[in-house]
Design a protein around this ligand. Structure first.
Ligand SMILES: [Zn+2]
Length: 203
């Protein structure tokens, strides 16, 4: 499993290129489709998936252009974010005709690696965390030392606390690969992240 991080767009969204067994999943291509495509061309691996942690425009803007360039690639989003749930959402349904929906418990194979979908609402109703090997792609649910905002339409402080608590209680340590800014690991966050701790019921 190899993970490449690219920061894209005006507010620096973390787009991840996850490669395993000569197959690739692109997570949150938020902008700069041309740069992402150039990066993908450096590898001869096949791009299997575009996976979205949620539907906000800063995580999805490059999707239509990538879809055009890579028409075989399967594009997944949670249903609750697919149709646009608020003004800051970029409704992909309608722009991408063969959008696929994933939900809690779904498993996507990437070679012999499995990517597991955890529905972690709160930042948006359709926010998910993707678990692959020892990595958690947490989108805008969990950041290093912080958590996502819940004041956008469809956001919920109560829900994000439940989602954070769930992530915090996962067994073992994971790399935390968030949708913005720096990366971390779960053991560190369990020590220092007051929102994660609040969600876990430890203060
Ligand atoms: Zn967001």
């Amino acid at each position: 499993m190899n993970i490449k991080l690219m920061q894209v767009g005006p507010i620096g969204t973390n787009c991840y290129i996850l490669e395993h067994d000569n197959k690739i999943a692109v997570i949150d291509p938020g902008d700069e489709a041309g740069r992402i495509l150039a990066e993908l061309k450096k590898s001869d691996a096949q791009v299997e998936y575009i996976l979205l942690t949620h539907g906000h425009y800063d995580h999805t803007t490059a999707v239509p252009e990538l879809h055009q360039a890579l028409p075989e690639t399967k594009i997944y989003i949670h249903q609750a974010d697919a149709n646009g749930a608020g003004s800051r959402l970029f409704p992909l349904a309608g722009q991408v005709d063969d959008l696929l929906l994933y939900d809690e418990g779904d498993i996507l194979p990437l070679g012999d690696l499995t990517i597991e979908v955890l529905h972690t609402p709160g930042h948006s109703p359709g926010s998910v965390t993707l678990k692959a090997g020892d990595a958690l792609f947490t989108g805008d649910t969990l950041f290093a030392g912080d958590c996502g905002r819940t004041d956008l339409r469809g956001g919920s402080w109560e829900e994000i606390l439940v989602s954070l608590g769930r992530l915090g209680k996962l067994e073992g340590n994971y790399h935390i690969l968030p949708g913005h800014e720096g990366t971390s690991d779960l053991d560190t966050e369990r020590q220092v992240n007051r929102y994660l701790r609040e969600g876990m019921g430890v203060t």
